[in-house]
Design a protein around this ligand. Structure first.
Ligand code: GTP
Ligand code: MG
Length: 318
């Protein structure tokens, strides 16, 4: 069966569908790491679908997102998390809290370190917390396509002095180098048990939510300075048309009238370009025609508004 269903659907898990010669295994694996270490890129590669948005800017991911992969008789439920950093705003605190609770609820944690960047303050904060919690983690030095081998070995040694890691992998989420080894090892580590999701489901996020993320990805890619961080995107309407296409209405919230003017751009050129790229991406993802309508609204306090947190599936009470 093609693994085609993105979000939750009404089909109950078919627990008999797995290889009945081998007992099934199932469990959660949290991907944790500093912002920009490559967690979302790796999640997409492990699952074989674009689920999580990826940009060169830090703090792209704002909430936990499940990506579900199958490795022989094991269902691996990967948890993409926001990067762990020193939070300043309420939104940051909620993001970091979501990341840690993702790690705590998981059977295994995989710490990603950007090998080109090495051990920075954020990574040190994570290794300190792992050590304090007495938590063993698997380590993946990521982005090895950008780093010489000698540097990798010394980085692995330095990290092993910070916390307990077993084993250590060297991978590139971008090229896929080493990723299958990590996946196999994780599958073997997970406990025996029935699969928790239908075998064709690849994420817990709804199509509405992923669609909002795709537009937010363009906001991150096409806007700069404080704007990506001052914006959030929500899907307000989703209408399946009889001709097979879908009409999607989304709101881009910003905090200031001046920011709204920048998002719109001169004669609406910027929002048009954000919409055009997001629509292309959505059509690829949903495999149908998409009519995308974007509205830009000023909500000075959106980053303090419980409704916006709920849309991001973040805990407001941080
Ligand atoms: N060269 C190289 N770049 C990578 C690799 N993995 C990710 N990147 C790039 O690193 C940047 C950040 O990737 P993300 O996957 O968004 O990182 P993240 O850890 O999810 O970031 P946050 O969500 O902000 O915490 C993007 O520009 C990716 O293309 C890799 O293996 N090699
Ligand atoms: Mg991410």
């Amino acid at each position: 069966m093609p693994r085609s269903s993105i979000g939750p659907n009404s089909t109950p898990p078919d627990l008999t569908a797995t290889d009945d010669r081998a007992p099934t295994r199932c469990g959660y694996v949290a991907l944790i790491g500093a912002p920009n270490s490559g967690k979302s890129t790796l999640l997409n590669r492990l699952v074989g679908h674009k689920l999580a948005i990826v940009t060169p800017k830090a703090q792209t991911t704002r909430t936990r997102l499940l990506g579900i992969a199958i490795e022989r008789s094991t269902q691996i439920i990967f948890v993409d998390t926001p990067g762990i950093f020193e939070p300043k705003r309420r939104l940051d605190t909620a993001m970091v809290k979501a990341a840690w609770s993702g790690a705590e609820d998981a059977d295994e944690t995989l710490l990603l370190v950007d090998a080109a960047r090495g051990i920075d303050e954020n990574t040190r904060r994570i290794t300190g917390a792992l050590r304090q919690r007495g938590r063993r983690s698997i380590l993946a030095l990521n982005k090895i396509d950008r780093v010489h081998r000698e540097k990798l070995l010394s980085l692995a040694a330095a990290l092993s002095r910070e916390a307990e890691f077993d084993p250590v992998f060297m991978i590139s989420g971008l090229t896929g180098d080493g990723v299958e080894d990590v996946k196999r090892r994780l599958a073997a580590n997970l406990p025996p048990g029935p699969w928790l999701f239908p075998e064709d489901q690849v994420s817990d996020a709804s199509e509405r939510m992923i669609a909002a993320e795709i537009t937010r990805e363009q906001v991150f890619l096409q806007l700069h300075d404080e704007l990506p961080y001052a914006s959030t995107v929500e899907t307000e309407k989703w209408e399946d048309k009889p001709d097979g296409s879908v009409r999607i209405e989304q709101v881009v919230y910003v905090q200031r009238p001046r920011q709204r003017a920048i998002v719109l751009g001169e004669r609406g050129q910027r929002i048009k370009s954000i919409g055009a790229r997001a629509r292309e991406e959505l059509e690829r993802l949903l495999e149908r025609r998409v009519h995308l309508f974007l509205f830009v609204k000023v909500r000075e306090n959106w980053a303090e508004d419980p409704e916006r947190f709920a849309a991001l599936r973040l805990d407001y009470r941080v």
